[in-house]
Design a protein around this ligand. Structure first.
Ligand code: A3P
Length: 304
């Protein structure tokens, strides 16, 4: 593991750029969540930015002007990054924020607050493929090597933000709390409107039918891909190598996606892309580790 790119905090890897131990400790122990805060929490590559867009649109009753005028990392800052924490501290309530933290490193103040968390899960095999692609294009991440090599790193939790299994299990511990809403990338794909309605209910936001239509329309893969404030094209070349690929990969909204999936090495924004990347043996290896690590979890997931 390249020490120049990452550091370890409480057993979990973080990138040196944009993260430091002081901020991570502040987030966990001192950052005060307020009752009207809303936090979008995910393990990386689980649909974080999609949920940012959905929440940004709901926040403004379906009006897309905000998501078209403010960068995603400013309108909903990642509290554990140095940049994000500065913005979060300067933002007036009610605040919309994001985090990839496992529950044990999340602000302790959450347990005494009514702040709302929306936790979005995704099939870990698709997370793995998306993470692999992401690590190829982001220069602040270690090159993932081959899929075989990255599979082993992912299964052992030797990746940014640690183990998918530990992350999900940490958040499942608080799933029953009234201020925690669980949701999945697969559900968003299957029924975006239904998911938006459920999220509105959870947030206590009453949007009319046209406003919900606008949220659904403006949170589509294609609209996000066309939105320079959400598609990461503004990220500088020293962080994201735009020549190697796009942050938002090819989505199912494009008419050609079915034929492309079979041929394009990096088709994405879809459910089940792992089938285009993992060999039978790799899939079996994944399943063995999954079954072992998740054997005490009684929740049924959309991919089960
Ligand atoms: P793929 O890499 O499989 O394409 P995160 O935001 O947590 O980093 O997750 C990124 C994944 O969400 C990427 O998956 C990306 O394409 C997908 N995504 C982002 N916006 C989406 C949208 N509007 N509809 C469907 N998928 C979306």
């Amino acid at each position: 593991m390249s020490s120049a790119l990452y550091f370890t905090h409480k057993g979990i890897l973080f990138p040196n750029k944009e993260y430091d131990v002081e901020t991570l400790n502040f987030v966990e122990n001192e950052f005060q969540l307020l009752d009207d805060d809303v936090l979008n929490v995910t393990y990386p590559k689980s649909g974080t930015n999609w949920m940012q867009e959905i929440l940004g649109l709901i926040w403004h009753n379906g009006d897309p002007s905000w998501v078209h005028s403010s960068f995603v990392w400013d309108r909903s800052p990642w509290i554990e990054s140095t940049h994000g924490m500065k913005i979060a501290l300067a933002s007036p309530p009610p605040r919309l924020m994001a985090s990839h933290m496992p529950f044990q490193l999340f602000p302790k103040s959450f347990l005494q607050s009514k702040a709302k968390v929306i936790y979005t899960l995704r099939n870990p095999k698709d997370v793995l493929v998306s993470f692999y692609h992401h690590s190829k294009i982001f220069k602040i991440f270690k090159d993932p090597g081959t899929v075989e090599e990255f599979l082993e790193e992912f299964l052992s939790g030797n990746v940014m933000y640690g183990s998918w299994f530990d992350h999900v299990k940490s958040w499942l511990e608080v799933k029953g709390r009234p201020n925690v809403f669980f949701n999945s990338y697969e559900e968003l794909q299957q029924d975006l409107r239904g998911s938006v309605e459920k999220i509105c209910l959870f947030l206590g936001k009453e949007l009319n039918s046209q406003q919900i239509d606008s949220v659904v329309e403006n949170a589509s893969f294609q609209k996000m891909k066309d939105n320079p404030k959400s598609n990461y094209t503004a990220v500088s070349d020293d962080i994201l190598d735009h020549k190697k690929g796009k942050f938002l990969r090819k989505g199912k909204s494009r008419a050609s996606w079915v034929s492309s999936v079979a041929t394009c090495a990096f088709a994405g924004g879809i459910v089940g892309d792992w089938k285009n990347h993992l060999t039978v043996a790799q899939n079996e290896r994944f399943d063995r580790v999954y079954q072992e690590k998740m054997r005490r979890v009684s929740v049924t997931f959309p991919w089960d």
